[in-house]
Design a protein around this ligand. Structure first.
Ligand code: G16
Ligand code: MG
Length: 215
């Protein structure tokens, strides 16, 4: 029986990807190169430093010291936090808040499982904190998705077993993390991309409690 739903943040409850993209693009441009929206897809669900490494690779920027890389990541994060500081609850993706509320009214536990260190700010701006029993994010885990750590810690915090959890994810690495943790999965996006998910929907506005029961 399903006892809990664990939600990824970016791409599932809110579309912060556009802000990540703008900030990374600005950094690349300052370094003298550019990258496409298509390349940006590869950054979804990937940690901040791993994203930086991918982008530097695209621009053939090599031989940077750890200090220089940290400085670049900090620069990007400053621009990013300026943008997310302006977010309002209107930016919650369609149906997301309604579905989380429906889960809670049905007696299910709810948690966030995100790679982002900015999760606390985003939840506060969207006024979503009261809807989650646990929040596990980039500040509390060390192993990046597809390692299941973020979701296993979520299940532990909720006091349920992994097999009793459904994970909602928009990233391939995130679906794999949930599978690695022994959880059921609902992909948010395209079935052509999220091929391993138990079910794929275009957004939480298409999700129902009945569909949960049939997973
Ligand atoms: C999110 C985004 C990623 C981002 C990562 C880290 O993951 O999808 O693009 O690189 O968080 O974000 P930050 O730099 O804020 O720590 P998720 O797991 O919420 O989809
Ligand atoms: Mg995501």
């Amino acid at each position: 029986d399903i006892k809990a739903c664990i939600f990824d943040l970016d791409g599932v409850l809110v579309d912060t990807a556009v802000y990540h993209y703008k900030a990374w693009k600005r950094l690349a441009n300052e370094l003298g190169f550019d990258f496409t929206e298509h390349q940006n897809e590869q950054l979804k669900g990937v940690s901040r430093m791993a994203s930086l490494d991918l982008i530097l690779g695209w621009g053939d920027v090599t031989n940077l010291s750890p200090e220089q890389k940290n400085e670049l990541a900090d620069r990007k994060n400053t621009w990013y936090t300026e943008m997310i500081g302006q977010m309002t609850p209107a930016e919650i993706l369609p149906g997301a808040k309604q579905f989380v509320i429906a889960c809670r009214e049905a007696g299910l536990k709810t948690a966030i499982g995100s790679a982002s260190k900015n999760t606390p700010t985003i939840l506060q701006k969207l006024e979503l904190n009261p809807l989650f029993d646990a929040v596990v994010d980039g500040n509390s885990v060390s192993a990046p998705k597809p390692d299941p750590e973020v979701f296993l810690k979520g299940a532990e915090d909720l006091g349920v077993s992994p097999a009793q959890c459904v994970v909602f994810e928009d990233a391939v690495a995130g679906i794999q993390a949930a599978i690695n943790g022994g959880m059921k999965t609902v992909g948010i996006g395209s079935p052509d991309v999220l091929t391993k998910a138990d079910k794929v929907i275009s957004g939480l506005d298409k999700m129902t409690l009945e569909m949960l029961a049939s997973l």
